[in-house]
Design a protein around this ligand. Structure first.
Ligand code: SF4
Length: 334
């Protein structure tokens, strides 16, 4: 088969429910579906997937990338090929951590004995549509699509992802308005609940993977907090805002998370930072955030494969108790 259509026989595409699936999953699934492929997304992370990923990875890998390998493993025999794109750091300030560049090669190498077929493309600057469109269209042509079919599949996929992102961003804005409204109501009515607005700051594949962060979100919900997700705040707006924090930070998601903090800090009561051990970018940015953000309580949680979420509920409950105590004027600052 000519190189040009090397993936023409792939009719079922497996997508790991992990890492950038939580950011671009709508684009990916819409794209392959528009090309007439059946898409199989791996099941939500559970202990078996996490344990398998841990077993397949070297110790130095972060928890998120270990979990990813467990998802790839779970797709073997369920599809003709697994989609593992590469997102290298094409340009300064719009890149990803190096894991996203190397993940395609790591997956191929890890599963070489199983002869895993990997479909991939190398995406350039994710903030430039043409840099995303070109590799996806080239991949479609390798799957046997015409240039026109490739173009229209990408167009549909990109529009679907944009619509999805807007729904999420609008939901965060609504929650922020509710938080402000409750606080205002309590100022005029001492018996009214002032509410408690918490901004959860983490990479989307941490925040929205219930196995990794479910305990944190459940604890916040049980304590009656209104939660805003930093990763879902309008990406473009947050990205631009991040330059007030740093002109040089290289990672686009960390930029958006920090921009989201700056956009919302006057409306929320506290911040929960969640990181996967040992995350290189977060180890730098978490520390910088805690120094830079003044007057807003921050809880910094690290999740690793050994401890999982043990003890997380207690820490979240204590944090929320302290915030509520503060709301009632419990602490005075001299
Ligand atoms: S940004 Fe951190 S958590 Fe995400 S893949 Fe890189 S090291 Fe892992």
């Amino acid at each position: 088969m000519p190189e040009k259509a090397m993936w023409a026989d792939v009719s079922v595409v497996g997508i790991p429910r992990s890492l950038l699936y939580y950011r671009y999953g709508v684009l990916w699934t819409t794209f392959f579906t528009a090309l007439g492929r059946q898409v199989v997304v791996s099941e939500p992370t559970d202990k078996a997937i996490a344990d398998r990923g841990e077993h397949l990875s070297v110790d130095e890998c972060c928890l998120a990338s270990k979990v990813f390998m467990g998802h790839v493993d779970s797709l073997i025999d369920r599809c003709d090929a697994v989609f593992v794109p590469s997102y290298p750091t094409a340009e300064h300030r719009t890149g990803f951590c190096t894991k996203f560049q190397s993940v395609t090669d790591i997956a191929k190498n890890t599963f070489r004995d199983q002869h895993l077929e990997v479909i991939s493309c190398e995406v350039g600057n994710v903030r430039k549509v043409r840099d995303v469109r070109r590799p996806f269209e080239e991949m479609a042509i390798r799957m046997g699509a015409s240039r026109k079919e490739a173009h229209s599949a990408f167009k549909a996929a990109f529009a679907a992802q944009a619509a999805h992102d807007k729904v999420l961003a609008d939901a965060q804005e609504r929650t922020l308005r509710q938080i402000v409204a409750k606080r205002r109501a309590a100022q005029t009515n001492p018996n009214a609940d002032p509410g408690l607005g918490i901004l959860v700051v983490a990479h989307p594949y941490i925040t929205h993977d219930a196995y990794l962060s479910g305990a944190v979100l459940d604890a916040l919900a049980d304590m009656g907090a209104d939660v805003v997700f930093a990763d879902a705040i309008d990406h473009d707006h947050a990205y631009k805002k991040s330059f007030e924090f740093s002109d040089t930070m290289p990672w686009v998601i960390n930029r958006e998370l920090i921009g989201a903090i700056l956009l919302t800090e006057d409306k929320i009561d506290g911040i929960v930072l969640i990181s996967a051990f040992p995350c290189g970018p977060d180890s730098m940015t978490d520390d910088a955030i805690m120094r830079y953000i003044q007057g807003k309580p921050i809880l910094n949680l690290m999740i690793d494969a050994q401890s999982g979420t043990a003890g997380v509920e207690t820490r979240v409950e204590s944090f929320v108790d302290i915030l509520r105590f503060q709301q009632k004027g419990g602490y005075t600052h001299g």
